[in-house]
Design a protein around this ligand. Sequence first.
Ligand code: F6R
Length: 661
Amino acid sequence: MCGIIGITGDGEAVEILLEGLARLEYRGYDSAGLVLGSPDGLWRARAATGTRSLGDLRKQAEGAPGACAGVAHTRWATHGHPTEHNAHPHLDCSGAVAVVHNGIVENGQELRRRLAAAGHRLASDTDSEVLAHLVEEELAAAGAGDPGGDTPGGAAIGAGGGVTTGGEAIGAGSPGGVTTGGAAGGAAAGSVLAGALRRALAQVRGSYAVVVQWAGDPERLVAARRVSPLVLGLSAGGAALVASDVPALLGRAERFWVLDDDQGAELVPGAVSCFGTAGEPVAPRALAVTWDLEQAQKGGFADFMSKEIAEQPQAVADTFLGRLRADGTAGLDEVRIGEDALRAVDKVAVVACGSSYHAGLVAKLAIEHWARLPVEVDIASEFRYRDPVLDERTLVVGISQSGETVDTLQAVRHGRGLGARTLVICNVVDSSMAREADGVLYTRAGPEIGVAATKTHLAQLAALDVLALHLAQVRGALGGPDAGRLLAALGRVPDLVAEAVARAGAVLEVADRLRSARDVFFLGRHVGYPVALEGALKLKEISYVRAEAYPAGELKHGPIALIEPGAAVVAVATRTPLWEKLMANVEEVRSRGATVVLVANDGDDETASLADAVLWVPPTEPLLAPMVDVVPLQQLAYGVARAKGLDVDRPRNLAKTVTVE
Ligand code: F6R
């Protein structure tokens, strides 16, 4: 999740770009960069100093030439280290094409190889850079490769006037007077640059929000999106703007539009025009913006936690991108531990803390079941001190959103010290763990600002499923039909998560009933137990309600003594293995007067008949169910905390990253 902004038609372009980046930093801050276009060519500045990047970029921009058009980017690294040479904007070989990109080019490696073989000089390790070179090729093919040539684009750009480049022009006829232009030009008209970008994107698989600027037509920006968002704006003075998100444009644009999937836009001073995949004109969707800056950064949500819960389908989909392959295999190209080494592994030792530990418990079930490999899961802070038996045939898997949690870092180091292979699942590129481990599998959830892990937890579960399937396939433990069925089921998970997320309203009603509960017991069995643990952790950390999770079968060995009339019990009762046994445990607590809330699969009236309240979720494969079943428990905790008037994003006593033992 990176942040993009572009503007044309304002003499204060640099200031507006820098301000926009500052407002988009919640989308990432590994590096920042901008390009300005003028008749003399493109001018670029970049900085990759983490949280200082923007300040450093600002200093460099003091020496920028005057320009009224440019593009800028703030990066959350997914491919390539967060270094300056990987910072956007990326340029083509000639330095005439600049590209900023948010998303993932799934076939980036393949395109890099093809471009390098064709003589392109790729200057970064990113997937995004290929876009600049693809546009370069397409411009050359259109006979417009030389920016010094005649009026590339062939489009007349009148000062403050509409644009004759095809697409439906939304123009400011004159500063202050906004008019909506009709469709100008026929199907697939558009500038040379727009045509080149369309043809370049036709070669790309994956997701993108992309904005391109070309020295041959420096006051024109061309943008396009698939999956990753882009909004468009026009200012009262006629500047045309584009950004990943509304906050960047607040106070600058007076009218807003949303670019839909597979649409593109051309921006010139005074007008924006939109086109579809074949270049045909399309009308963009108007957006009424009533948010202030803080609301806009939260996307209109009340807080980051609810925004991040809503982002979970995307986080899961992005984590799968390029890893669930069309040939029915789960691929881990970027992991750096070869298949022979993985075949030699005879034990997996998972180490993690908190929500990441709960993801590890689910992974144990998946790896053991699919790959038939023994898995131990340890709370990272305990691992080293129990003198674990590890050797070069052990794969130590560290799971950490931040990649900095010191307990997990030390546990991974301990494994490495004993000769084990180490693999880290984490969300932050180039974090300490990512640097030290033999291999890294990045989750692609984007920055998580709420202290409680939500979307990063789901992304971890998604990444661990890919790992488990990959191990199973490499080791020949899973037949083709089974793998195919699981891959198809995994592909459907983002939609199921979206369905679960959409039911927040019903969950909040149940939360209201639990707001005065003193103790809440969470029960689950098999995959439902880690989900119960995660539900209890969420509830205690953000709503300060005492919540304990038990494997339901353990209840009768002690905890059931705590059940009395009025006690609240939340059980994960979806149709996963041991459902029948779990329901017997539910009967036991019900008969002792507990108020019972059940997570149940849609239409499962038998389960619902034992509940005082039901949290409905769509069904899926049992081992994939935690990604769906945990959603209402996150929302339940959220609802209780909000009902108690608590700050869900900054719970007391907690830090997002724990770097002390
Ligand atoms: C819970 C939560 C924490 C973290 C734990 C590990 O909502 O956020 O329990 O899961 O501190 O952090 P990472 O994953 O960064 O190692």
